[in-house]
Design a protein around this ligand. Structure first.
Ligand code: NAP
Length: 279
């Protein structure tokens, strides 16, 4: 079973992780398999015990287990501890170590797309849920000049701003203030689930005041291009959907399991092909 990996979550049948990781194994000639395991919350402990019992090499963890899985692991990487969520488990000879590659995956995808470092960037993050926390903390540590955080529930944005404040200048604000101050930011990131299929007409904030040349990104990749990204593009912004983050978080997990560079291009091409051949 040391050749078995997988992802646990509920729902899980839609996950693109199995085909993405299998493509990487095929590319590098690795004799491993990667499965999607449907695990409900009341089955989580048994599932994690099973990783040790069966000797699985590792797991990815997705909704709704990223926070609750922590209690069943032996060690938590400091970044995952700070984020308070785990998306990758490494089984190191019977010791289960939890990591979070979501935020670093996002930062890598952003740097790759921009082609420059993030120094002096002014970032607005919309949302303050689990994905936002990973993205905000990783951005805060990557040298951005300032981070504004806005969210329907302002207290969550305030809490997240406080967590980021040791690493960069950060500020929480209401959705209305964020909309009014849009020109102060050059990177705007939607980390909420607003605009996801089936509610594809919804927008997290109005982009009326968006400056031409801004960079607008959405963690969502279903639909491939949210209305938020379509409107941003119409206003002359450069845009990025959530595919690259998904690929890079998977690549970072791969590198923790195999200690070798992940074949990013093959992984991304496989995901794009399975999203309908869009580029
Ligand atoms: P989460 O923890 O449940 O957070 C959801 C966020 O969306 C919160 O900020 C919430 O605001 C906001 N929200 C939800 N419905 C809303 C509504 N009707 N009006 C206003 N705000 C609303 O979820 P998550 O795990 O962070 O995931 C968020 C999104 O990121 C999802 O679309 C997910 O698919 C995507 N994601 C993508 C990747 C990737 O690899 N591309 C990875 C992880 C997540 P409140 O705090 O006010 O409730």
């Amino acid at each position: 079973m040391e050749t078995v990996l997988g992802v646990i979550g509920s729902p899980i049948s839609h996950s693109l992780s199995p085909i993405m990781h299998k493509a990487a194994y095929d590319e590098l000639g690795l004799d491993y398999t990667y499965h999607a395991f449907h695990v409900e919350s009341n089955e989580l402990k048994a599932a994690i015990d099973g990783v040790k019992g069966l000797g699985l090499k590792g797991l990815n963890v997705t909704i709704p287990h990223k926070v609750s899985v922590i209690q069943y692991l032996d060690h938590i990487d400091p970044l995952a501890k700070e984020i308070g969520a785990v998306n990758t488990i490494v089984n190191d000879g019977g010791t289960l170590i939890g990591y979070n590659t979501d935020g670093e995956g996002y930062v890598k995808s952003l740097i790759n797309r921009l082609g420059t470092s993030l120094t002096n960037r002014r970032v607005l993050i919309i949302g303050a849920g689990g994905a936002s926390k990973a993205v905000a903390l990783s951005l805060a540590k990557s040298g951005v000049e300032t981070i504004g955080i806005t969210n329907r529930t302002l207290s969550k944005a305030e809490g997240l701003s406080l967590i980021c404040s040791p690493y960069t200048q950060s500020e929480a604000m209401t959705l209305g203030i964020a909309q009014a101050r849009l020109t102060e930011f050059d990177i705007i990131i939607n980390t909420t689930s607003i605009g996801m299929t089936p509610d594809i007409e919804k927008m997290p904030i109005s982009l009326e005041k968006l400056s031409k040349g801004s960079f607008v990104s959405d963690l969502i990749y279903n639909p491939f291009q949210t209305r938020f990204l379509c409107e941003a593009e119409k206003k002359g912004a450069n845009i990025m959907n959530g595919v690259d983050m998904f690929v890079y978080q998977g690549a970072l997990a791969f590198e923790k399991w195999f200690d070798k560079e992940a074949p990013i291009k093959v992984m991304k091409d496989t995901v794009l092909k399975n999203l309908g051949g869009v580029k």
